[in-house]
Design a protein around this ligand. Structure first.
Ligand SMILES: [Zn+2]
Ligand SMILES: [Zn+2]
Length: 241
């Protein structure tokens, strides 16, 4: 399999999902924000030096929801020869690991390192690498708190992002902008076989990664921006329908 190295996005330092003051990331963010229009425009572009594709203009808490979703839609609607190298390799790696496991060994589905690898494949396939290194993933056998306001919920997984309320955001481990928690189904649902559980976890992972993408990059600075968010994504981030 060919190898591919993407130049990383800015390597941020985070505490409880927010950039650490005076970290290189925050300094860079300030420099960027001086002369940028609001919300910051972004688009897919290719670096002519090394052929790397990235989402140009993407910045923490700076982009509009409709620009974020239209760019992602353009990125994931491509097929076959229009895919970029990282996407093609991501798809191959995904298929290979689903079929053969890692190095020919299929681990139990409740494996954090395995989920982290699938996160990287999805990141290349669906997010143009924009979620690299931003998100920790944990399994938990605790039920999710019902009162967790401003936290994205599904029965199987949830995402804490920079826009999550402070009470819950503290759970995001240091160095990460977001946390995805997945509920361990191995004891709750003994009738589900490993393949079914794997499938459910991966579906939940991808769904939560979308929330992370918006939670990290969308601007919610003002009442107007929050209204845009609700118009474009709905109150719970799932669209209005
Ligand atoms: Zn959701
Ligand atoms: Zn704004």
């Amino acid at each position: 399999m060919p190898t591919f190295r993407r130049l990383p996005y800015v390597k941020p330092d985070f505490l409880h999902g927010h950039p650490i003051s005076a970290s290189p990331f925050e300094t860079w963010m300030k420099q960027q924000s001086v002369a940028t229009p609001h919300p910051r425009p972004m688009h897919l572009s290719v670096d002519w030096l090394d052929g790397t594709e990235k989402i140009h203009g993407l910045l923490l808490s700076s982009n509009s929801a409709d620009n974020l979703s239209s760019t992602l839609r353009a990125f994931v609607s491509r097929r076959r020869e229009h895919l970029n190298t990282a996407q093609s390799i991501g798809i191959e790696s995904y298929k290979d690991e689903r079929k053969n496991g890692r190095f020919g060994f299929v681990a139990a589905p409740e494996d954090q390192a395995k989920m982290q690898r699938f996160y990287e494949y999805f990141n290349d396939i669906f997010f143009c690498g924009s979620l690299e290194g931003l998100c920790a993933i944990n399994f938990t056998d605790q039920p999710f708190e019902e009162d967790a306001k401003n936290v994205e919920h599904s029965s199987l997984a949830l995402a804490y992002t920079p826009t999550t309320g402070p009470k819950h955001r503290v759970q995001i481990p240091d160095g990460y902008a977001a946390l995805i928690k997945i509920r361990d189904q191995s004891r709750n649902s003994p009738l589900l076989d490993e393949e079914t559980r794997s499938k459910r976890y991966l579906e939940a992972l991808l769904h939560e990664m979308l929330h992370v993408f918006f939670g990290v990059y969308e601007c919610l600075c003002s009442h107007a921006c929050k209204c845009h968010h609700v118009e474009d994504l709905g109150v719970f981030g799932h669209g209005k329908s």
